[in-house]
Ligand binder design. Structure first.
Ligand SMILES: *Cc1c(COP(=O)(O)O)cnc(C)c1O
Length: 427
């Protein structure tokens, strides 16, 4: 889409006036005077999430162990209930989605369940820009099957350090590849891959393919009824704002229903016989088969609450605003910060861009530190990226205008000079 932006604070304020989602900000604990640009690491707490957590505490206080049967068994069936709610965000069928464990564990679970290496076809295809935990999980799954990762894990290399070309991924789908794991959106550059095309090519070759949606869920509206991958995983604490360490999501395409999970546990058993406590495991007939142990209800409640906000706003409107926020940010970077040597590491096209913008600068680390002292919360990613993630729910166009003014000031006056290059434990 072609956007027409103009300079000046008034223009930003006018965009806010015309923003159909502007009323949603009051659902969130956004701090006055702070510009929060880290919703892709940990989304802010919403009042809806808070209320839902307090409600579960109340049910626990009132019912004790009977919490599991209270409200018609809502909490016993909570993973599939929340899975059904999340399914709407990616247009999947309700019983193809469940919530359990962490993203990392869910990658292990999906690979352990669907990876069927054979003599001539045993490789797992990945890219070299994915978040490290995905790679650690893939390597250890290869090791568990008796392969050396150097041999069994095939890596598609980025040509520019920012993006992965779909053509390169497809060219790497050779006859020895059994499974593919890729991020929908790259965590550093925010490139959105053409999931439909890559998935179609994988399926044509009989290769199992899974997507990591950590940086896309809640920012991009996926259509899984069209893409039809084999599996997907994601965390719910980034754009979805389900809280620190929130339970993660998992999608299993229905063509895999009935498969015995790689990692079985009693909550993956069919509900009807789970409490007969037999030693014979009977997998649930849908994605719930991949559940393992008892679910963390308090963490799940926050997800339940935050999804109310998503239902009210609708993914289409969220994506539309998110794209406009990042387009406006890029416009201001181009017009005000390029002269300082700032570059944009994010694809420009709407169809190739996720929810954040990668601002590249040689002094990115120290600029981030200076920003924090100016009440801006960005995050830094090695070696030279300031990640700026506006969130459709609580970021205003005025926030973005002010953000760019502050960065301009920090670089113009070299305020970052007084900060050390020394990395702190958490950056
Ligand atoms: C944030 C993120 C994770 C996080 O994994 P956890 O197990 O939830 O800690 C994994 N993969 C990607 C691509 C991420 O962006």
């Amino acid at each position: 889409m072609i956007y027409k932006f103009e300079q000046g604070l008034d223009f930003a304020r006018n965009l806010d006036v015309g923003d159909p989602l502007r009323c949603i900000r009051k659902h969130f604990y956004a701090r006055e005077g702070q510009i929060y640009m880290d919703g892709n690491s940990l989304g802010l707490c919403s009042k809806d999430a808070e209320e839902a957590v307090l409600d579960v505490l109340d049910v626990w206080k009132t019912f004790g162990i009977n919490i599991w049967s209270a409200r018609g068994g809502k909490f016993f069936l909570y993973p599939s209930y929340l899975g059904g709610r999340l399914a709407k965000l990616i247009n999947a069928e309700p019983n193809e989605v469940t919530v359990t464990n962490s993203t990392t564990v869910n990658i292990h679970q999906c690979i352990a369940t669907l990876y069927q290496p054979m003599k001539e076809r045993y490789k797992i295809l990945v890219d070299d820009l994915n978040f490290p935990t995905d790679r650690y999980a893939v390597d250890s799954q290869a090791l568990l099957r008796g392969y050396k990762p150097e041999d069994a894990v095939k890596v598609v290399k980025s040509r520019d350090g920012r993006t992965i070309l779909e053509d390169d991924v497809i060219a790497a789908m050779t006859d020895d590849v059994a499974l593919i794991l890729l991020p929908a959106i790259l965590y550093r550059s925010s490139q959105l891959l053409d999931m439909q095309r890559v998935t179609d090519e994988a399926r044509r070759r009989g290769i199992i393919i899974g997507w990591d949606l950590c940086h896309s869920i809640g920012a991009v509206a996926h259509d899984f009824r069209s893409i039809l991958p084999d599996f997907a995983v994601w965390c719910n604490y980034k754009y979805l704002s389900a809280g620190p360490g929130a339970i993660a999501g998992l999608y299993l395409n229905k063509r895999h229903f009935g498969k015995v999970p790689g990692l079985s546990g009693w909550h993956g058993n069919v509900k009807a016989t789970q409490f007969q406590l037999r030693h014979q495991y009977e997998p649930a007939p849908d994605a719930d088969a991949l559940l393992t142990g008892t679910a963390p209800l308090l963490s799940m409640a926050a997800l339940d609450g935050t999804l109310n906000v998503y239902d009210a706003a609708g993914m289409d409107r969220i994506r539309k605003k998110s794209l406009k926020l990042t387009a406006y940010m890029m416009y201001l970077i181009d017009t005000k910060l390029a002269r300082h040597g700032c570059e944009i590491g994010t694809p420009r096209e709407d169809a190739r861009r996720g929810g954040h913008v990668a601002l590249e600068h040689a002094e990115a680390y120290r600029i981030c530190r200076a920003l924090k002292d100016r009440q801006v919360i960005p995050d830094f990613r090695e070696p030279n990226v300031v990640r700026l993630a506006p969130v459709a729910f609580y970021t205003s166009y005025e926030d973005i205008y002010n953000l760019i003014e502050i960065i301009d000031d920090i670089i113009t006056n070299r305020t970052y000079d007084k900060y050390s290059e020394e990395r702190t434990l958490i950056v």
